[in-house]
Design a protein around this ligand. Structure first.
Ligand SMILES: *Cc1c(COP(=O)(O)O)cnc(C)c1O
Length: 362
């Protein structure tokens, strides 16, 4: 289920230049978001995160010239890009008059939903694996959510959320179970185009768990073409990175298949909680975006992610989460094997702040 807009009407009514005077949040694109009444919008200032040039993130020796940029999603409310999806989903749920909202989470989604539910005055319920990052669980508690932990993975938390949603009459905003979160995530793609002066980079590297960020951005680009807001710019190569310990999309990509086989739950091991997702619900759409854009999918180890957390902190003063660090590890790998060159304009999606990981061992 994906939201559709009357893009041909909008094409006649609106010019992209009108955006420049609007507030610096993702709601500047409200015509392309699923909320009808402005009073329903629950905003904490999410989106319009900076697109930062970061040449020193390239491997030493290349750093003077590398065309590498960071979309710094750690600057969103609650510290991750999950704020975008939850701002959209909770706003729309509020507009529809729901009694409360529920989500399963690996960490960040629960924190984000709870914050927006508090803002909207709606009850919030979160289900999570007991090893989800403490900082995220604590945030959800502080925002007043009821949190239920269980032994198992995000997929088990998902089943529990489905049950609790029915029992308690709550609106379930689990990944791709409703069409609104992906609309919020779509704004990452809209912003990228606007921030680059209405063109797109050569490549985007994104750390995929459920993969809705990729699905959302791909949808954004297609809407921008339909609106005539992106004209000559070619599409970027969509590059997906996962953790070696849980890489269902990478496996599917390497096998040339159009859908992903779920990773065996008992073998899903990575400290990058956002990537500990054994089955990506949007697998077909993600694999299609990679294929259509001549992108690729690759996995990196937790050890490489940790090294890159240090590298980003020391080279550019950026404190990033393990998931974000995976994009940097992938960038280095793809430069080393000549899949990318230093002249390629590459955008790394630093999806979350390193603050959430400070409590992790190691
Ligand atoms: C959820 C999450 C991801 C994975 O994002 P999807 O769009 O669900 O694939 C990556 N990084 C961080 C920090 C996350 O919280």
């Amino acid at each position: 289920m994906l939201a559709q807009y009357d893009l041909s009407a909008l094409k006649n009514e609106m010019r992209r230049e009108e955006l420049s005077g609007r507030p610096a949040t993702m709601w500047r694109y409200h015509e392309l978001l699923p909320v009808r009444t402005p009073q329903s919008v629950q905003s904490l200032g999410e989106g319009m995160t900076p697109l930062l040039p970061a040449p020193r993130l390239a491997p030493k020796g290349l750093k003077q010239t590398a065309q590498v940029f960071v979309k710094d999603e750690g600057q969103n409310p609650t510290g991750s890009f999950k704020a975008r999806g939850m701002s959209a989903a909770v706003s729309r749920a509020f507009e529809l008059g729901v009694r409360g909202v529920i989500t399963p989470t690996a960490g960040n989604a629960g924190a984000a939903m709870s914050a927006y539910a508090a803002r909207a005055g709606l009850p919030a319920y979160v289900t999570a694996p007991e090893d989800a990052p403490q900082a995220c669980i604590k945030q959800a508690h502080l925002y007043g959510a009821e949190v239920e932990l269980l032994a198992g993975l995000i997929s088990d938390a998902g089943r529990l959320a489905t049950e609790r949603a029915i029992q308690r009459g709550l609106f379930n905003v689990a990944t791709l179970r409703e069409p609104y979160r992906v609309e919020g995530k779509k704004t990452m793609g809209l912003e990228l185009a606007e921030q680059l002066g209405w063109r797109l980079p050569t490549a985007i590297i994104y750390p995929a768990g459920g993969g809705t960020g990729v699905v959302g951005m791909w949808k954004a680009f297609s809407e921008l073409y339909s609106l005539g807001w992106l004209t000559e710019s070619p599409l970027p190569r969509m590059i997906v990175v996962q953790a070696e310990g849980c890489a269902p999309l990478v496996q599917a990509w390497n096998q040339g298949s159009t859908e992903a086989t779920p990773w065996p739950s008992d073998q899903a091991t990575t400290q990058a909680a956002g990537l500990r997702v054994p089955s990506a619900i949007g697998d077909r759409l993600i694999l299609q975006a990679i294929r259509e854009s001549a992108g690729t999918a690759l996995s990196v180890s937790d050890e490489e992610m940790k090294q890159m957390v240090h590298y980003a902190a020391q080279q550019e003063g950026m404190l990033i989460s393990l998931e974000a660090a995976a994009t940097l590890a992938a960038y280095h790998r793809l430069l080393a094997n000549n899949s990318l060159s230093a002249d390629d304009e590459v955008v790394l999606f630093f999806t979350g702040s390193g603050l959430a990981d400070l409590g992790l061992p190691g």
